[in-house]
Design a protein around this ligand. Sequence first.
Ligand SMILES: Nc1nc2c(ncn2[C@@H]2O[C@H](COP(=O)(O)OP(=O)(O)OP(=O)(O)O)[C@@H](O)[C@H]2O)c(=O)[nH]1
Ligand SMILES: [Mg+2]
Length: 444
Amino acid sequence: MFGSLTDKLDGIFKQLRGRGKLTEKNVKDTMREVRQALLEADVNYKVARDFVAAVQEEALGTKVLESIEPGQQMVKIVHDEMVKLLGEKAVELHPIDKHPTVYMVCGLQGSGKTTLCGKIALMAKRKNKKPLLVAADIYRPAAVQQLKMVADQLGVEHFHLEGKQPPEICREAVSYAKKNFVDLVILDTAGRLHVDTELMAELQEIQKQVEIDETLLVADSMTGQDAVNVSAQFHEQITLTGVALSKLDGDARGGAALSIRKVTGCPIKLASTGEKPSDLEPFHPDRMASRILGMGDIVTLVEKAQESIDMDKAAQMQEKLLKAQFDFEDFLDQMNQLKKMGPLENILGMIPGIGKQLKGIQVDERDMERMAAIVKSMTIEERRKPNIIDGSRKKRIAKGSGNTVQSVNQLLKQFSAMQKMFSQFGKNKKKLKGLSLPGGMPPI
Ligand SMILES: Nc1nc2c(ncn2[C@@H]2O[C@H](COP(=O)(O)OP(=O)(O)OP(=O)(O)O)[C@@H](O)[C@H]2O)c(=O)[nH]1
Ligand SMILES: [Mg+2]
C-alpha cells in the first residue's frame, strides 16, 4: 500500500535522523521534500500545502530543535498531522440496528461497488445479521447476474425485479426485507463513466423513495485526484455519509486517501484491500498514517488474525510449537489459516519494520503452494514423523507432488531447522512472554 510514498518519506526522515541537530533551515528543507513527495503521490496541492505548513509550524513552535532525537520527533509530528488529515478518529458505519437498516452503495463504473456490497454482506453475516443484496443496476447487462453470483458465493439472499426501474426495485426490496426479517439491505447501484445528471437524479430518487441510513461512495484509490473530485461531486448532489476507498492493495499512490477527507469533509469509513470478500477493513486514520509512514499496523494484523483464525486451534498450535511437537499436519493447517488472512505481502507489510525489509523481495505464494503440494503427497505417518522419510520415500513424494527430490530435501531441512528453533523458544518460554503474536503465529 502506497509503497513509493512510504519509501520516499522514509528516505527523507532517514536523512534527518542522521543529523544530530536540527536547524530551522533543515526542518524547512525537509518539509519541502515532504511536500514534493506528497504531490508526486497525487495529493491535492492545497492539502499538501496546508499539511506542510501545519507540520512546520508545530515543529518550529515546539522544542523539536532542542530535543534529543529531533528526527524521531519530526516523524511523530508528521504522523499526528497525517492522522488529523485522515479524519482523526475512525467513524463507524451506521449500526445495523433496525429491521431493516439500509445502506446504498454508489460510485463510478468499475470503482468496486458490487465487490464492496459483497464484502459488507459478509461483514454483516459475521455479526450474525441477515443481509439482502439488491441489484439496482439495470443498465449493464451482466450486473444483476454478477451480484447474484456474489450473493450465492456468500450464501446470502439476493433481490431483483425484472423490468422495473431502480427506485422501485429499492423500495420493493425494503418492503420485502421488512416481511422477511432482513437486518441489512444493501443497494448495489449502477455506475457511469463520469458523474452525470441522469445518474444523480436516479440516486436522488432512490433516496426519496427509501429511507437510507448510510450512503456510501466507493472511491477507486488508484485514480488519485479523480477519485477526490468524484467524491466531492457526489457529496454535493446526494450528501454522502461515508467513503469507502477501494483497491488500496494495488499501486495506489496515496493521493486519494490523503485528500478525500479534507477536500470533501466526508469521513472515510472503509478500506478495501483486495478482490476477495474478506478484504475489507474499517478505516482508522491513525493506523493508516502508521502504514503510510512505514511503521506497520499491528492492530489491524491482530484483528485480521482474530477474524480468520480459529482461536482454539491457534492456542493448541502455540502449545505444540513451544513443545516442539509441531508436525507437517500442523504445518499444512497453519498455511491454510494464513491464506485466509489475505495476500501474504499485505500481511507482512503490516508488521512493523518488515515492510521495509521486504522491499524488492517478491513473496512468492507459489512457493507456499509448492510446499503444500509436497506435504500433501506425504502419508499421514510421514507428516507426523518426518524422520522416517528416507530416500525412496523422498522419491515418491517428489514424484507425487511434481517436484524434485531436491525440493523435498530442502523442505525437510527447513522444517527441521524450524523445529529446532521452536524447541529453543520453548525452553526460553518465560523470556518470550508477551512476544508471541495472538493467533498462534510464531513469534517474530
Ligand atoms: N485489487 C482490487 N480489486 C478490486 C477491489 N475492489 C474491486 N476490485 C475489482 O475491480 C473490478 C470492478 O469491481 P466491481 O465491484 O464489479 O465494480 P463496480 O463498481 O460494481 O462496477 P460497475 O457495476 O460496472 O459499475 C473487479 O474486477 C473487482 O474484482 C479491491 O479492493 N482491490
Ligand atoms: Mg457493479
